[in-house]
Design a protein around this ligand. Structure first.
Ligand code: NIG
Ligand code: FE
Length: 410
């Protein structure tokens, strides 16, 4: 057993409910805290000196924290597209210069350009850049990262992406959660309509994904410019029959698809910038997590997900980065969550819950995201004497130490 501390403050998030609004009075903050670890899991949380006394006869190893540091459960980014080739800085510049989606696509930009760059990139190049992005996320305090395919869009390239993510898992201590997003867009070189392409995913891609155990989750982009409501619903029900968990890119520009997500029992409905008031209760009374992606709002100059309304209605609200080369190039979840809080009026407790146990729940990982006995010992520290400083500095206060399974990895 190992005792780590003392932490000036330990923000445990223990006892916070899975759904709905939270006040900061509900936050448990342990002063001069200690974390007792056994076998990669949290054995006990409490006052450092009291724990030291209590276990003094049990031959525990003491790992001292130097200086004043606050501790949190490590963060979870439940929505990213960080396996990609190329760069879309020109899309960003054109968008800001007032060009339309169509003009950008016609000049060689958009999702299709990332598909071409990802298809032509070598596996080595994709793996190296993916691992660099994972390391950046770890440096922010994120130790669990969901990663989507979706820039391959044919059998070979979708499998190539997922196999690279699997390889990356062998080279990082972070937990990677791969998701098949073959249904991102019908690729330009596919002969057939949307329904033919969705059928092709079901018959030619997903069985191999299953067989090779490359992903246990399936995502789809439901939008006027991508896949339509009815065809998507049929597709998702069939992926469920194949044994996949579901997540959906929903209501990004037009409403309606969050209802599909709830109806098919999706683990999460992500984006929701365009969700109408009438659909908020429908989401909020379900077990489908509503995931805000402020990085996409900031990258596109679009409005934010109505996180306040969703929380007030009782939804399980997570916050993720959506890091991708097009709509959300920033990748800094802490900055994004903090900015979302200022615009949507979210409490510190709501933001912290949204990037820890609530986003973990969206990934089906209920073993992490709180500092509580029995939980995975993934936690992080910041060199400061007040936990509020982390969101206050909007991402510019860097994490000091990162622990995974109770071991300091940074
Ligand atoms: O989550 N909405 C669709 N897909 C991504 C964008 C991907 C891209 O532009 O490359 C998103 O925003
Ligand atoms: Fe996305």
């Amino acid at each position: 057993m190992k005792l780590i501390g003392p932490f000036k403050q330990l923000v445990t998030l223990a006892n916070l409910p899975l759904r709905g609004k939270l006040s900061d009075e509900q936050l448990e903050v342990i002063l001069d805290g200690g974390i007792l670890i056994k076998g990669g899991k949290i054995q006990k949380i409490g006052n450092f000196n009291e724990l030291k006394l209590e276990y003094q006869n049990q031959n525990i190893e003491i790992e001292n924290i130097d200086g004043e540091q606050v501790g949190f459960p490590a963060f979870v980014d439940s929505h990213t597209h960080i396996c990609f080739g190329g760069n879309r800085a020109n899309d960003f510049a054109m968008r800001n210069a007032g060009k339309t989606y169509l003009e950008i696509a016609e000049s060689g930009g958009g999702i299709w350009s990332s598909v071409q760059h990802t298809r032509s990139a070598s596996e080595e190049e994709l793996l190296t850049t993916l691992l660099q992005r994972i390391d950046f996320l770890i440096s922010l305090g994120i130790t669990t990262v969901e990663i989507k395919s979706g820039y391959g869009l044919d059998v070979d390239n979708e499998l190539k992406m997922l196999r690279i993510i699997k390889k990356a898992q062998g080279q990082t201590r972070a937990t990677l959660v791969p998701t098949s997003l073959a249904a991102h867009l019908k690729p330009k070189d596919f002969k057939g309509d949307n329904q033919d392409y969705l059928h092709y995913i079901l018959t030619d891609i997903l069985p191999i994904v299953k067989q090779e155990n490359l992903a246990r989750r399936v995502d789809i982009f439901i939008e006027k410019s991508a896949f339509q409501i009815e065809e998507s619903k049929l597709f998702l029900l069939k992926t469920k029959d194949l044994g996949f968990e579901i997540t959906v890119h929903a209501d990004q520009f037009t409403p309606g698809s969050s209802r599909v997500a709830v109806e098919v029992g999706a683990k999460s409905a992500d984006h929701l910038e365009a969700t109408i008031d009438e659909d908020i209760d429908f989401i909020a009374t379900s077990n489908t997590v509503a995931t805000a992606l402020p990085g996409a709002s900031l990258g596109l100059g679009e409005k934010f997900t109505p996180a306040r309304k969703l929380l007030d209605a009782g939804a399980i609200v997570a916050i993720a980065s959506d890091w991708n080369p097009g709509s959300a190039p920033m990748g800094n979840l802490i900055t994004q969550a903090s900015i979302l809080a200022t615009y949507e009026k979210l409490t510190t407790a709501e933001v912290l819950a949204g990037i820890t146990f609530r986003s973990a729940y969206a990934l089906g990982l209920e073993d992490r995201g709180k500092l509580e006995a029995g939980y995975k010992a993934d936690f992080i520290t910041f060199k400061t004497n007040n936990f509020q400083n982390v969101l206050y500095h909007q991402g510019s206060l860097k994490a000091e130490n990162i622990y995974i399974d109770g071991n300091k990895i940074m």
